[in-house]
Design a protein around this ligand. Structure first.
Ligand SMILES: Cc1cc2nc3c(=O)[nH]c(=O)nc-3n(C[C@H](O)[C@H](O)[C@H](O)COP(=O)(O)OP(=O)(O)OC[C@H]3O[C@@H](n4cnc5c(N)ncnc54)[C@H](O)[C@@H]3O)c2cc1C
Length: 464
């Protein structure tokens, strides 16, 4: 058997390992344009802010390929010939034949639509090459975390529209590092970039088109609270402000011009307006993709429209609990899908079904934990909200349908999502959960307990 996997992210790598555990003789080839080694994309910001080295962010030893007898092909795939069972490669390389193919090609940044976006100083923060670019703009290429494992991670034949291409560096044109910066787009990646700019001594402009920051994850109360914390750190938060263009001088940007005509000084601008399935390269291939967004359509067994081709991770449109089909774009769902895809490829009768949603992150110095449904707008959904203003500053939002708790959105304290998820699965009531909330606390022993005032406890029934 010849198994070929496109992508050495979490979905592709976990699939390869699962295949090897059962198929010791199979030929397993992994094609990756971005990097030689699997790394944790979620940890990119910690490299940039100097908290982790490149090596720290690689979940496996660098001898993984040798130990597992994986064939590494560092190249850009240009398409899949489903009839001839082969993957076409850029750069005149020989096509790679397969019996079964897994596509795990991840996400690419949503491109910036404004004039000047192609000039030096404008970029994204999704790929390893984005990291290298931003390291050069902010730190002159010398990462506080040590040298990058594959220099520029640049392939000479990488196409100009590839998310893994190398970008021009404004700091090199200008002859000095960036002193001012802007982050455009208010989501998780946006706030991570804000943090890396703060760590580099820049107080960035943070432009958000919506009425509040990160609307897919937090509500207006939580966002107002977060914006206040960001301003305390020196971030210039601009809500409901849109970009008109980048102001450019001698090939490098100098400012972001807003539609209301203000020029916000920016030697570097990072555009974080979302990600899209990274599937443009499949345009000529006979593999069904969604019309909107381009995610690869898969069945519950993660098989695509072609019986020998499977897809997993950020690029795959899987079925959600409410029947909707779209990608999940999370680290742990990518890992789970990779493992399920491997079993499906080997012929097991297996279905991918995600359990309860959860995620956690650290937004500057603010802990964030979410579990279950917090933003799905069912008619009978309501929220219980508590803002804590003492030595610890936090917000606690517990979302219910009727009397049953269905979700948690927590900022400022650490919570054990496993306990929260168990309570959701056990269909606990709000008053039951409030009585035991401390059991899910994950703060260190020195952090004072969350106190729930009596009048807040009395609000534990659904408002009329
Ligand atoms: C900055 C940042 C922070 C994040 N933080 C979190 C978080 O806190 N929690 C969370 O759950 N998720 C987070 N995510 C999302 C998470 O990282 C992704 O969901 C996950 O990494 C996707 O894994 P994947 O294996 O599907 O794809 P990827 O990791 O994107 O891997 C794609 C692979 O495909 C290869 N590839 C693509 N196209 C081609 C081609 N044409 N030819 C050859 N190779 C190709 C690339 O080389 C790469 O190896 C974050 C993402 C980013 C960018």
């Amino acid at each position: 058997m010849k198994f070929v996997i496109i992508g050495n992210g979490v979905a592709g790598t976990e699939a390869a390992i699962a295949l090897r555990h059962r198929e010791s003789d199979a030929q397993i080839t992994i094609i990756s344009e971005e990097s030689d080694h699997f790394f944790s994309r979620t940890a990119l910001m910690y490299i940039l802010s100097g908290q982790l080295s490149h090596r720290d962010t690689e979940p496996y030893e660098r001898d993984l390929y040798a130990r597992m007898n994986f064939v590494r092909v560092r190249a850009r795939a240009l398409g899949v010939d489903t009839k001839g069972h082969q993957v076409r490669l850029a750069g005149g390389l020989d096509p790679v034949p397969y019996d079964r193919l897994l596509i795990a090609c991840g996400s690419r940044p949503r491109p910036a639509p404004w004039p000047g976006s192609d000039q030096a100083g404008v970029g994204h923060f999704v790929t390893h090459q984005d990291l290298t670019w931003l390291e050069r703009e902010l730190h002159g290429g010398v990462s506080k975390a040590g040298p990058a494992p594959q220099a520029d991670a640049h392939l000479a034949y990488s196409s100009p529209d590839s998310p893994y291409r190398v970008r021009p560096v404004a700091a090199e044109l200008r002859g000095r590092l960036a002193r001012t910066g802007a982050v455009i787009g208010g989501g998780l990646i946006g706030i991570e970039v804000v943090e890396t700019m703060l760590a580099a001594g820049i107080s960035p402009h943070f432009l958000i088109r919506e009425r509040w920051f990160w609307p897919v994850a937090i509500n207006q109360d939580e966002s107002t609270w977060m914006a206040q914390r960001m301003r305390e750190h020196g971030v210039h938060v601009h809500l409901q402000r849109e970009v008109e263009r980048f102001v450019v001088q001698d090939g490098a940007i100098t400012a972001v011009r807003t539609v209301d005509g203000e020029d916000l000084p920016a030697d570097v601008a990072v555009v974080t307006i979302g990600v899209l399935p990274n599937t443009d390269w499949l345009a000529e291939s006979e593999i069904q993709r969604q019309q909107r967004g381009g995610a690869i359509v898969v069945g519950p067994d993660l098989r695509t429209s072609d019986p020998d081709v499977f897809a997993a991770g950020d690029c795959a449109a899987v079925e959600w609990f409410n029947g909707m089909r779209r990608p999940e774009q999370l680290w742990y769902t990518g890992r789970d899908q990779g493992r399920v895809a491997a079993r499906s490829i080997m012929g097991d009768d297996v279905r991918y079904k995600r359990s309860h949603w959860y995620n956690s992150a650290k937004l500057m110095d603010i802990e964030y934990t979410t579990a279950g449904l917090v933003d799905f707008g069912f008619d009978d959904m309501w929220s219980w909200f508590l803002e804590e203003t003492g030595t610890v500053r936090s917000t606690t939002r517990i979302v219910c349908r009727g009397q049953r708790v269905v979700g948690f959105n927590m900022l400022g304290r650490r919570w054990d999502h496993r306990v929260l998820i168990r309570w959701i699965a056990e269909r606990r009531s709000l008053s039951w959960v409030l009585d035991r909330l401390q059991q899910a606390a994950f703060d260190t022993e020195f952090v004072p307990r969350l106190r729930i005032p009596d009048e807040k406890r009395r609000q534990a029934t659904q408002p009329a």
